[in-house]
Design a protein around this ligand. Structure first.
Ligand code: F3S
Length: 425
């Protein structure tokens, strides 16, 4: 790779061993990908909160030693300097207040809080969510970023027009310390060209329908870039959040274009950058039904143990909607209703009275984590209902449970009645 003088200086160790190790990792990463140079980044989202299990695997050590090993791939403990650019913590393993509900031991909770405090001391913003764009980290069009978390990257790339690949823990941590990442993938304008055209022959309007469309696109297109045509209703943040998260979990979608809606394509031709699409796909009633059946393929028992809402983390609008759908009713005695939201929005929910409404109904509002990342469920859970195609994709596989997927109204009904009665209209 061709390095600039400031990058050479970091690689030579003139900024200390941690920055040197970070730059060495980035050079290795860039060379493996055929990148010719680095690009400056001023907005990084990564994950540097470590669990006691990770500490044990690393053979113990203080937070700096864990950061060295897990984030910078160095067996030698390094002194970690403050981050060089604006950096945020993504979702972590634990709700800092409701850790006991997760079944966590106090000493494990303390260890995670110590790891979190170390990150804060480095200058990493403790947003602790998979949706930093919901709580103030909103990159602008053309801004080069280094973000982990596939659902967040597809959102900022497509909806906002920012430029990021899906980074890993190490490359994101290295970017925090250097302000650099290799210039490859979606940093390069030509790679942002749509390669496939998807013609949508269905009236996609609801959040559930956006999730189904996203899941289908990820399945058929894998990591190609689609331009999606014939969308009849302008979606909102929640719909595109569910759409992108679904596409990034069934496939590897990191970027899509919807002419007139997403940031970089006013027309189909502009999204295709003047080239013909490699293939035209059609999404209609059959594709929609097959996708819904696939997402419900692990569901057998109608008795639901847990209803989970908030994958990706719920917006305040979604929390408000759950409160309205509950409409004064209580969660069934054999069922739990858990809603996950960024902590910053949790404060807003507290202030608006939504937390109280949910608690009175027997539901729980949680933050900082989710069942897939923290790997926890209420004791004895066998059947989970959810409104997220992404969670329906992962949770049965990760936690060995049955999963039902449907609308948020279906989910709230399941929470209140204890039974899954969702279907496809
Ligand atoms: Fe976020 Fe967890 Fe879903 S990280 S996108 S709530 S699986």
């Amino acid at each position: 790779m061709r390095l600039q003088p400031d990058e050479e200086a970091m690689l030579d160790g003139r900024e200390g061993p941690a920055v040197q190790q970070a730059m060495a990792l980035l050079v290795q990463y860039g060379e493996a990908l055929g990148a010719e140079r680095m690009v400056d980044v001023k907005n990084v989202c990564g994950a540097n909160i470590f669990t006691p299990a990770q500490k044990q695997l690393a053979g113990g050590g203080d937070p700096a030693a864990l950061f060295s090993q897990w984030s910078l791939n160095s067996d030698r403990p390094l002194s970690i300097p403050p981050v060089r650019v604006y950096s945020c913590q993504l979702i972590g393993p634990m709700d800092r207040e409701a850790w006991a509900v997760q079944g966590m031991r106090p000493e494990d909770a303390q260890a995670i809080l110590a790891s979190e405090a170390f990150s804060a001391q480095l200058g990493i913003q403790l947003m602790n969510t998979c949706t930093p764009y919901q709580v103030g980290n909103v990159p602008v069009k053309g801004e080069h970023c280094a973000w982990m978390e596939s659902s967040a990257v597809v959102y900022i790339n497509s909806v906002l027009g920012a430029r990021s690949n899906v980074e890993g823990r190490e490359s994101a941590a290295a970017a925090m310390l250097t302000g650099k990442v290799p210039y490859w993938g979606y940093h390069i304008p030509e790679n942002r060209r749509a390669t496939h055209l998807v013609w949508v022959d269905w009236d996609v309007e609801s959040v559930m329908d956006w999730g189904l469309l996203g899941y289908w696109i990820g399945e058929v297109l894998e990591d190609e870039v689609p331009v999606i045509d014939n969308i009849r209703h302008v979606p909102n943040l929640v719909r595109l959040k569910h759409f992108g998260a679904a596409a990034a979990s069934s496939g590897g979608t990191e970027l899509y274009h919807i002419p007139g809606i997403t940031a970089e394509a006013r027309t189909v031709e502009e999204a295709l950058q003047g080239a013909p699409p490699r293939r035209v796909w059609h999404y209609g009633a059959r594709e929609r039904r097959e996708t819904w059946e696939h997402l419900n393929s692990t569901g057998r028992d109608p008795e639901v143990d847990l209803v989970m809402i908030g994958c990706p983390h719920a917006s305040i609008e979604q929390i408000w909607e759950v409160c309205r759908l509950l409409n004064g009713r209580r969660v069934h005695e054999n069922t739990e209703l858990w809603i996950f939201t960024p902590r910053a929005l949790r404060h807003l929910a507290d202030r608006n009275g939504y937390t109280e409404i949910l608690e009175k109904a027997g539901a729980r509002l949680m933050s900082d984590t989710c069942p897939a990342i923290g790997q926890f469920l209420p004791k004895g859970t066998k059947v989970v209902a959810m409104d997220s195609a992404k969670q329906a994709h992962y949770l049965p596989a990760i936690m060995g449970v049955q999963g039902w997927f449907g609308s948020v109204a279906d989910c709230v009904e399941a929470a209140v009645t204890g039974r899954w009665q969702g279907g496809l209209q």
